[in-house]
Design a protein around this ligand. Sequence first.
Ligand code: ADP
Length: 261
Amino acid sequence: QPITTDMATLTKEVKKFATDKKLEIETLKVREEYRREFLGNVSHELKTPLFTVQGYISTLLDGAMSDKTLRKKYLERAEKGVERLIYIVKDLDMITKLETGDLNLEYSIFDIVELVKNVFDLLEMRANKKNITLTFDTKYAEPIYVHADQEKIQQVVTNLVMNSIKYGKEGGTTEVSIENLVKNKIIVRITDNGEGIQKQHIPRLFERFFRVDKSGARSEGGSGLGLAIVKHIIEGHKEKIYVESQYGVGSEFSFTLEKQK
Ligand code: ADP
């Protein structure tokens, strides 16, 4: 074999090696940036409830403890702060698993009607506090069997109904409905008549830590991860999620599921 061919091959290989390395470095840089941003967001999210809890404890130690009513009030608020921390840590755990592709879907066949009713039972107290009515059309007397990961779909419905309560208005309504789509698909819709979302925010809604109200000062604040988790779970099922919203009027989140085969 003539040496020139070898040189040409060699050059080609060296070039390919360099390109590969460059790509690898780029990927690592992106990952590093992502990691840095993620950690920044995490500590930011944890700060608010931590400072709140610290504040109540300090006030108690500074003398509020001797007042029976104040003591109860501040301890309850501190407990709320701790609860919020627990929610955030749970969501973080979930999003980390989802983003590292550790989805581990456990498919089974279950009744989505019953699942929605369960979620309503679990969130009824929260809804009552805001006088929000949870409605699910009585036409869903018959079971509708779907093929999916039951626990994860329960999390999806919980997050969406919870949001409709959090961002719903006093005395409002949240309605869940289920419809047949083409062939073997159904679509589950969660509709509220709450504050709605401005158009410009819609494209970023499913990003982790994205919030319309950046201050995080609102009492209802969660982790900013709820919708990111929802999207991962639905897309992990190879299904679709949609949002439609009109500012000041309300929002509708919907997702598809596969009917029992
Ligand atoms: P959070 O913990 O802040 O609720 P999510 O990821 O669940 O995080 O939601 C992201 C943001 O999307 C919320 O902070 C809120 O601004 C907006 N949002 C979500 N659901 C609704 C809804 N039903 N109505 C109005 N705004 C909503």
